[in-house]
Design a protein around this ligand. Structure first.
Ligand SMILES: NC(=O)c1ccc[n+]([C@@H]2O[C@H](COP(=O)([O-])OP(=O)(O)OC[C@H]3O[C@@H](n4cnc5c(N)ncnc54)[C@H](O)[C@@H]3O)[C@@H](O)[C@H]2O)c1
Length: 277
């Protein structure tokens, strides 16, 4: 069910790769809620071609941009303002990639060149996007920016590797830039900390299926789906959340505040040979 929450609003969506992507689901929801969209992804992702299907479905132009390249970002925002005939009301940053994970390096054996690249793509890129928009005065008053994060920013999830540090930095950038952009133009900046979701980036995490099944059992409401995430994001882009900024908002069925569930305790009771100290 759609509510026309974003009627008349214009937004840029970063990071839709295929129909499982959180950004893809969010673009569909924003479209249903009445927004006009512009889609962007890395040039290599555009060459894969999947995103063209989404562009047709939501009637949005596509502009390629590597989030680590300031020229690309300048061209993207110039192109978006030309296309919309003015400022942008909302932006979704749904971008992440761990080079060390891709190369099979453990957290205790990182390559620091790869690590710099990971932090740039997955976290500093939010600063790059916000700084580009800030300097061009590209976001409307009361505009809204959301980036997708994960609870490994606060707690240890060993297989999440260097992405934990990237998410901690991402959330910090949202808080810090949220301060400056709030004062400048009432623009709000938040992160949504989403449940594990089976996407291309998600499945890149070692042991993802076990991880997701554990989170499902540890969450009173169960894991939040990509479509649930899209709905929450649309609310954050809407005028109903005008005073929410600089927050990391858990969207995880209650996982973040659950110590243990009876379902998990029962699993351990089944394996009662585990020695208790
Ligand atoms: N899937 C999960 O379990 C989960 C949970 C919480 C948060 N997140 C976060 O959600 C976001 C989206 O991930 P997803 O799970 O939808 O996976 P995804 O693989 O569909 O999306 C990641 C996107 O990042 C883009 N990207 C990578 N390098 C880029 C670059 N240099 N320039 C521009 N774009 C680039 C990719 O092309 C891709 O579209 C990520 O930040 C991810 O960490 C995912």
């Amino acid at each position: 069910m759609a509510y026309q929450l974003l009627k008349g609003k214009k937004g840029i969506i970063f990071g839709a790769l295929d129909d499982k992507s959180l950004a893809w689901r969010t673009a569909l929801r924003c479209h249903e809620e009445g927004a006009s969209l512009l889609l962007t992804n890395a040039p290599v992702a555009l060459r894969m071609g999947e995103i063209n299907k989404l562009a047709i479905e939501v009637n949005a132009p596509l502009i390629g941009a590597d989030v680590t390249n300031m020229d690309d970002l300048n061209k993207l925002f110039t192109g978006a303002m030309d296309h919309f005939g003015g400022k942008i009301d909302f932006i979704l940053h749904s971008v992440g990639m761990s080079v060390n994970m891709r190369k099979g390096k453990p957290y205790t054996g990182l390559d620091y060149g790869f690590n710099q690249k990971t932090l740039d793509i997955s976290a500093t890129s939010l600063h790059r996007v916000l700084q580009t928009a800030y300097e061009m005065d590209a976001i409307s008053k009361w505009g809204s920016v959301v980036a997708y994060s994960y609870i490994a920013a606060q707690r240890v999830f060993p297989d999440y590797n260097e992405m934990a540090d990237a998410k901690a930095l991402l959330e910090s950038v949202a808080r810090s830039f949220g301060y400056y952009y709030g004062i400048k133009n009432k623009v709000r900046v938040n992160t949504i900390s989403q449940s594990p979701t089976k996407t291309t980036a998600g499945s890149g995490v070692k042991g993802f299926d076990g991880f997701q099944a554990y989170a499902e059992k540890m969450s009173p409401l169960g894991n939040a789906s990509a479509d649930d995430c899209a709905g929450f994001c649309a609310v954050l882009f809407s005028d109903l959340t005008r005073m929410v900024t600089m927050q990391n908002l858990f969207h995880d069925g209650g996982f973040s505040f659950t110590g243990v569930t009876e379902a998990v305790v029962r699993e351990f009771e089944k394996n009662s040979d585990i020695p208790v100290k």
